[in-house]
Design a protein around this ligand. Structure first.
Ligand code: GCU
Length: 679
């Protein structure tokens, strides 16, 4: 039986005997220089990995002896590494980078400037063995392009997880700090293996209690577990905490007592956790308190916290997810309107954290227009790994193509080639402080993420935060080979299935630029009819279907959201003939008989997307059936059954949406398609 707990760090014995012998021969001795908590963790992992994969216990030798040896060290810790004269190259790879190469005697060497690079290099080396790569011409250089690679957990102090679908919070608050569940170590290993170096422990809708002494002791205990893996702890800070736990009557950022309170709080945190990362803040958004409660700007609020953290080296990650129902302006325009005037006003240890799109983690959105619009401010990307709008932990949706689509989008902020990823990695505007956040999909489920394939989204997020140009395909290959099987006959079809899965998810939910038509509150099933409560949480506000057509007119003759993009993106999105069809109904209200690229009318095209989405799930099921036998029965069956549920629910989405929109289009469902069976 296999419950998937080991994630991609499985280390099962390599079955190919020749290969195993070859690896054993090359790793006859292992010399790991230096001694530190991180080196200990790297050695432990190597020990675990090699004894599993090669079924041989390893011992570490004190000196690089005779015969093939794996040598790891920094130029400071190892005379041997020093003699390889890699210093210049290592410097160019920065603090976290590493080299995996051959020395003059043809030994394998892992070299880095710092111990953390050795840990990352060790995980990389193990990945080579796990995916059965040749060790012959090793010449690997790797360094992260983004500095802060952070998971955001939306865990509450009562143990629940907001928008989490894999069980509850993994922090056992009531048992901390005394009992440190070994799971925390496995969590840290998994993150370090993909280069994640930060974790925000609590929900952005935050409880001020996390900042009290009792909880800070628990936070310290977690920080102590994570530190040897290079992972810093951050907290979501509630802006009104000085009132709630500090007995002050205000949280006004201009009030000297409030400022002092935060400074003392920061000192208190750092006295326990000297490498504390900083605060994540959701302010004046969806009912959360913030500086605007006192008529102060987001910048003033962020700067007060940043000033308190700055003597200790901490940062503030201030979220740009703001919108208000009272505001008559199109919701997707509000964050840009509010934040662009503040560009240049933030202290230098503030990052503004921006969701990938201007609405809210929809199956597809155009990139957020703030990217490329705040050259004076470090902008941090926020992706959602947890599948709030993508079928929770029930639907198989590999999200790397979604992340990649956004990272590769061209903002044209400084002409052609001003990709979103260049905003994020700091190269476009010469920013030193850079970051990416992923809202985690991890919970107490035995396999961490609920759906076995949801593990791939955690993995892919980390790999893309390290290198935004890695590519979804390569990441999928790595993940499949480590998680399931190295057999080509398994990898190829499963990879194709994963790569197609995101577009399929869009097809049966929100094709052609539709958005926000899911069930109210739960955000799970279809709900294009939702028409009650605050307007910006309904569906009709977004799809605007009527007898003339469907879609949200955001062109210059509509809400003019297109004006927030630089030319020529603006002109492209504004022109119904030029806008990419995947964003058509995001930017335009389109007549039912409008002709699409395919020659179909809009109505026929819409129906076609919904039907082909469901048909594609059936093809995914066929693919999965075709690889039965390559992997363990437990995970195979789990995925097979989940695909059955996905197929039923995709059909429900299709039928609900097609029948609902048909009331407005007044047109028949083309003969080629069977009648919906969920009247
Ligand atoms: C979404 C989500 C909320 C979450 C919010 C946020 O609206 O449904 O649960 O709090 O995003 O990102 O702040």
């Amino acid at each position: 039986a296999d419950d998937g707990y080991r994630l991609w760090l499985r280390y099962d014995k390599i079955q190919d005997e020749d290969l195993r012998q070859d690896y054993l021969h090359q790793l006859r001795q292992i010399h790991y220089a230096g001694s530190s908590a991180r080196i200990e963790k790297a050695k432990e992992e190597l020990q675990r990995g090699i004894s599993g994969l090669l079924a041989q216990k390893i011992t570490f030798s004190d000196e690089p002896g005779n015969g093939p040896t794996l040598i790891a060290g920094t130029p400071e810790s190892s005379p041997h590494i020093r003699s390889m004269e890699l210093q210049g190259e290592l410097r160019s790879l920065g603090e976290d980078g590493y080299l995996i190469t051959r020395d003059r005697q043809n030994n394998i060497a892992i070299a880095a400037s710092r111990d953390i690079g050795l840990l990352y290099g060790t995980f990389h080396f193990l990945r080579l063995l796990q995916s059965q790569q040749s060790l012959q011409d090793l010449d690997i250089k790797s360094a992260p392009q983004i500095q802060l690679r952070v998971l955001n957990h939306w865990f509450n102090l009562d143990g629940t997880a907001e928008r989490g679908y894999a069980g509850g919070a993994i922090w056992q608050w009531e048992q901390l700090p005394d009992y440190k569940d070994p799971l925390y170590t496995d969590y840290a290993r998994a993150n370090a293996s993909v280069g994640i170096n930060g974790t925000v422990l609590n929900n952005v809708n935050s409880d001020a209690l996390i900042l009290t002494e009792g909880y800070l002791e628990k936070v310290k205990a977690l920080a102590d577990v994570f530190r040897p893996y290079g992972i810093k702890v951050y907290l979501s800070a509630r802006f009104s905490a000085p009132i709630e736990i500090g007995n002050l009557s205000t949280a006004d950022p201009r009030d000297p007592e409030v400022r002092r309170w935060w400074e003392k709080k920061a000192n208190e945190i750092y006295s326990r956790i000297p490498d504390f990362g900083g605060f994540l803040v959701k302010a004046n958004s969806e009912g959360q308190p913030g500086p605007q409660d006192y008529n102060r700007s987001h910048a003033e609020g962020a700067n007060m916290l940043a000033k308190a953290l700055s003597p200790h080296g901490g940062v503030v990650m201030w979220r740009a997810f703001v919108y208000s129902n009272e505001e008559p302006e199109d919701r997707v325009k509000q964050a840009y309107n509010e934040f662009t005037p503040l560009d240049g006003e933030f202290r230098d240890n503030v990052l503004v954290q921006v969701k990938n799109g201007p609405l809210d983690f929809q199956p597809r959105e155009p990139f957020h227009p703030l990217f490329g619009a705040m050259p004076e401010t470090p902008l941090m990307m926020e992706f959602q790994i947890t599948q709030e709008y993508l079928g929770f932990a029930t639907h198989l949706t590999y999200q790397a193509p979604l992340y990649e689509e956004v990272l590769d989008a061209d903002t044209y902020a400084k002409g052609e080639g001003s990709y979103v990823r260049k905003v994020i990695d700091g190269s476009l505007d010469d920013k030193q402080l850079t970051g990416m956040a992923g809202v985690a999909n991890i919970g107490t489920d035995r396999n961490w993420t609920g759906h076995p394939f949801a593990q791939a989204n955690w993995y892919a997020y980390g790999r893309l935060a390290w290198n935004p140009e890695l590519g979804s395909e390569r990441i999928a290959e790595e993940w499949i080979s480590m998680t399931f099987s190295n057999k080509e006959a398994f990898i190829e079809p499963v990879k194709e299935m994963m790569l197609a899965s995101r577009e399929i998810a869009v097809d049966y939910r929100t094709p052609l630029g539709l958005h926000h038509i899911m069930g109210y509150g739960s955000h799970y099933g279809p709900g294009p009819w939702v028409d009650e409560g605050r307007a910006d949480w309904t569906s009709v506000y977004y799809h605007r279907a009527d007898s003339s057509g469907i879609g949200f007119d955001r062109s210059t003759s509509g809400s003019n959201a297109v004006s927030q993009y630089h030319p020529p993106v603006k002109q492209q999105f504004n022109d119904i003939e030029k806008v990419p069809e995947k964003y058509l109904l995001w930017f335009h209200h389109v007549e039912w008989d409008y002709e699409l690229d395919s020659g179909r009318t809009l109505w026929e095209g819409l129906v076609h997307h919904y039907y082909s989405g469901v048909d594609s799930i059936r093809r995914m099921q066929d693919t999965w059936e075709s690889v039965e036998g390559y992997i363990d029965e437990q995970r195979y069956t789990h995925v097979a059954r989940l695909l059955e549920i996905q197929e039923k629910e995709a059909a429900f989405w299709r039928d609900a949406c097609v029948l609902y929109f048909q009331q407005f289009s007044g047109r028949p469902i083309p003969d080629a398609y069977p009648e919906p069976d969920h009247p």
